[in-house]
Design a protein around this ligand. Structure first.
Ligand code: AMP
Length: 413
């Protein structure tokens, strides 16, 4: 028997309605903020990610799914920001549209060790606002993330916020950290000892307890920020305050990818356990230029759909029963007429199905229940003779006879 690849998941029909509900809510909310959908390929040139995420990042070093075809090495995208910036420049959106608000929903691929909340194929809902350096945009993007979570009816999340500053500030922060950690190298885990030379900022979010203890003692605050970045960060916080968005200034918050500059944020949920990030994002003011476009500010974020669903399930959310009418035909003639009846209902926009197996009334009722039907239609010899059909409401249990010609109208109410 074939099995799925570890770290991938079949999303079965009893779950897809939850996925659809998350996706639909997202689309509605994105359009309230005037975002348009963008769909980029799952396959990209590997050098796009090496360049934008950074050679020393964990994703590039260890987690890329590479596929070789002749001389070409492609990569299954580990995230979408780099692809969207590539597409934005390649399709000249900087010249034709300029400032763009884009959103996306789709699978991402990272070769990680699978565990709860951490998959090798997972799904992002995310957005990118490309073409502005203004702090008001940062506040709006974070408020959009907050609004999405409210739309998903998720409670109890925390928004952590920090600023990494411009490239010069980031270099200052890197030096500062190297300096503070110099005497503590022996206490750090093996990975962090490697990170010390390559990607020292990552030491700040190492999950290892001893590394956490070392890092906790380092007082960072905004000492590495230049006056301009300090003022920008203050504006972002004031903007969020004025929008009534709760957040926690977290000076140790960093993002693992090289392209992040300025405002960064992460949204965590305590019910998720060790993989507690629901989503994350931030500014990447140098990426458009770095990938060959003009000097343009940009900001975005992504939520992991699987983690959103873990929380919604833990918080006891259920999908409301679907609108499905289930026909039970008793006898050959009723079966024949029933098929025609279903077609006419579908033409009028009513979702319906039937029991093709000729089960007993009891077994067919059970099937209707399993399918989550809200109405059961019973068509037997008597009903056929009188031109009516029995309609049972599966929620209230109420049962009545309805004339066949007014059935569609009745089901629509
Ligand atoms: P990142 O691009 O790493 O900032 O990820 C953004 C969000 O995607 C995270 O906050 C998670 O919710 C989700 N995510 C990232 N990696 C994985 C993974 N391997 N499996 C499941 N969800 C993930």
């Amino acid at each position: 028997m074939y099995k799925h690849i570890p770290g991938t998941k079949d999303i079965l029909p009893d779950e897809t309605s939850l996925w659809q509900s998350i996706e639909e809510t997202s689309r509605n909310i994105f359009s309230l903020y005037n975002y348009s959908e963008i769909r980029t390929p799952a396959l990209e040139d590997v050098s796009l990610f090496n360049r934008s995420l950074g050679e020393s990042t964990e994703i590039v070093q260890k987690q890329m799914f590479l596929t070789k075809s002749g001389e070409d090495v492609y990569c299954l995208r580990p995230e979408a920001t780099a692809s969207i910036v590539r597409s934005y420049i390649e399709n000249s959106l900087d010249k034709t549209v300029g400032f763009s608000k884009l959103y996306y929903i789709g699978p991402m691929f990272r070769h990680e060790r699978p565990q709860k909340g951490r998959l090798r194929q997972f799904h992002h809902i995310g957005c990118e606002a490309i073409g502005s350096f203004e702090a008001e945009l940062d506040a709006e993007v974070i408020s959009l993330a907050d609004y999405l979570l409210k739309g998903f009816l998720i409670q109890g999340y925390k928004i952590k916020l920090n600023s990494l500053g411009c490239l010069k500030d980031k270099a200052r922060l890197t030096e500062l950290l190297r300096d503070r950690l110099k005497g503590e190298l022996g206490a750090l885990c093996q990975d962090c000892q490697v990170r010390y030379n390559g990607n020292v900022l990552r030491i700040l979010d190492c999950k290892n307890e001893t590394c956490k203890n070392v890092v906790e003692k380092i007082d960072l605050k905004d000492s590495y920020l230049c006056p301009e970045c300090k003022a920008h960060f203050l504006k972002v916080r004031e903007g969020l305050d004025s929008l009534g968005i709760g957040f926690e200034y977290t000076p140790h918050l960093v993002r693992g990818l090289d392209y992040y500059t300025g405002t960064v944020f992460e949204i965590s949920h305590p019910e998720l356990g060790s993989q507690d990030a629901l989503g994350a994002g931030g500014r990447y003011n140098n990426l458009v230029k770095e990938l060959g476009g003009p000097d343009m500010g940009a900001i975005g974020f992504a939520f992991g759909i699987e983690r959103l669903l873990l929380v919604t399930k833990l918080q006891g959310q259920k999908v409301t029963s679907k609108k499905l009418s289930y026909l039970i035909s008793l006898g050959e003639e009723a079966k024949k007429q029933g098929i025609k009846l279903l077609e006419s209902l579908r033409e009028k926009g009513i979702a319906c199905d039937t029991d093709y197996e000729g089960r007993s009334l009891k077994a067919a009722m059970r099937r209707a229940n399993d399918l989550g039907a809200n109405k059961v239609l019973i068509l037997g010899e008597n009903e056929l003779k009188n031109g009516v059909i029995t309609v049972k409401d599966m929620v209230s249990g109420e049962q009545k006879e309805v004339a066949l010609e007014s059935l569609a109208k009745d089901l629509k109410c």
